[in-house]
Design a protein around this ligand. Structure first.
Ligand code: PLP
Ligand code: COI
Length: 365
């Protein structure tokens, strides 16, 4: 990664940044996604200039033409990563280059221009650097970073837009799940799927999340925390949750996670945990696993743990699974041993208390 990427950010000073007392007050209980830092990054793209007009300035509302293409055809992609305060007081990002690569893979699927990976990483660094006081120091706290890009051309024809905006905003975050329960309960969506072969399931585009809202609301309405999606072809194979990948742990040291066949998001947490689990001596397989088998294995005790993982949710144990034809409990219904061990290892690397043997951590200069 170049230290001095070929784009420089114009700094626009903030006329009235949040005062330290109000910020400290806001950071005592950040929750997820409701609180935002003072600044944002913005870069424009058009056919004539490529990426240009890079700024780091105050976080302000956008003015959009009512014909702005994203408002009509949803040509939008995003990423999610976190900045962590480390034990030694420094600040670190976890695998930002992996987010940059996935951003470009999403861009290709949505017919959008790619952003050079070093510009993506630099944009995130710049924002974290200026808003470093917004990292909450509460247990599990971090600064959640949301880089995103949308079609900004005013045009109603259905074709890739000729103008785009890339922005990065930052949101102080605590726990993703409000309940603070030891394990989450998930609802098997029968009437809705998240992705189909040839669709956009492997891209991180806003439309995927819009499609997940009704099944997710159904899960909540039935008293569960999250919906789990099955494959779109056979309605049989477990895919993922609306914003998290899944792992299954067996009593014989095997661990299974659904394969990346194009319909699920290739999670960076997923990839990291595969590596960490193999280091722990687990026999990890990326292979299909059916709902039926899940129920049988949970019943026989062969399946001992299930957990969900992602940047926002970190590693979250799944305690109960419910569907139209009944429910089943996994293990004791609480967090399993391996789930906790992997979580501690991952969080330790992110926080600088466990050795980073894979070069995953980028410290801020
Ligand atoms: N699956 C979906 C649909 C997601 O939105 C996310 C979150 O980004 C994940 C999985 C986990 O990905 P990651 O670990 O890169 O955050
Ligand atoms: C993330 O973990 O970064 C996600 O994107 C999940 C959700 C907040 C969309």
């Amino acid at each position: 990664m170049a230290d001095n990427p070929g784009i420089s950010f114009e700094r626009i000073s903030h006329p009235s940044p949040t005062d330290a007392d109000s910020r400290a007050q806001a950071l005592t209980n950040p929750g997820f996604g409701t609180l935002f830092s003072d600044h944002m990054v913005s870069i424009d793209w058009d056919e004539a200039h490529g990426w240009h007009n890079a700024t780091l300035g105050p976080r302000v509302p956008l003015t959009l033409d009512p014909a702005c293409a994203v408002l009509h055809y949803a040509q939008e992609i995003f990423e999610g990563l976190k900045a962590y305060k480390q034990e030694d007081g420094g600040i670190a990002l976890f695998r930002p280059e992996a987010n940059a690569a996935r951003f470009n893979s999403s861009a290709r699927r949505l017919a959008m221009p790619e952003l050079p990976e070093d510009v993506f990483v630099e944009s995130v660094r710049q924002l974290v650097n200026i808003d470093r006081e917004w990292i909450p120091l509460v247990e599990g706290g971090s600064l959640y970073l949301r880089p995103f890009m949308f079609a900004s051309e005013a045009f109603l024809g259905v074709r890739p837009a000729k103008k785009y905006k890339y922005l990065v905003i930052a949101s102080p975050a605590g726990n993703y799940f409000k309940s603070g329960a030891p394990a989450v309960s998930i609802w098997v969506s029968r009437d809705y799927t998240r992705a189909a072969r040839g669709g956009t399931g492997a891209a991180k585009c806003g439309g995927n999340y819009a499609a997940s809202l009704v099944p997710q609301a159904e899960a909540i309405q039935r008293g569960h925390d999250q919906a789990v999606f099955l494959d779109g072809a056979e309605n049989k194979w477990i895919e993922e949750l609306g914003g998290m990948n899944l792992f299954f742990v067996f009593d014989d040291g095997r661990m299974v996670t659904p394969p990346l066949t194009g319909t699920i998001l290739p999670g960076i947490t997923r990839d990291s945990l595969i590596t960490l689990a193999r280091e722990e001596g687990l026999d990890v397989h990326e292979e299909r696993y059916s709902l039926e088998q899940w129920r049988d294995d949970a019943g026989s005790g062969k399946l001992v743990e299930t957990f969900a993982c992602g940047t926002a949710a970190v590693v979250t144990p799944v305690g109960k699974v419910a569907g139209h034809d009944g429910e089943f409990v996994i293990g004791s219904g609480g967090p399993g041993q391996l789930t906790q061990k992997l979580r501690q290892k991952l969080v330790g690397i992110q926080r600088g208390t466990v050795e980073d043997r894979h070069g995953w951590v980028t410290k801020l200069r």
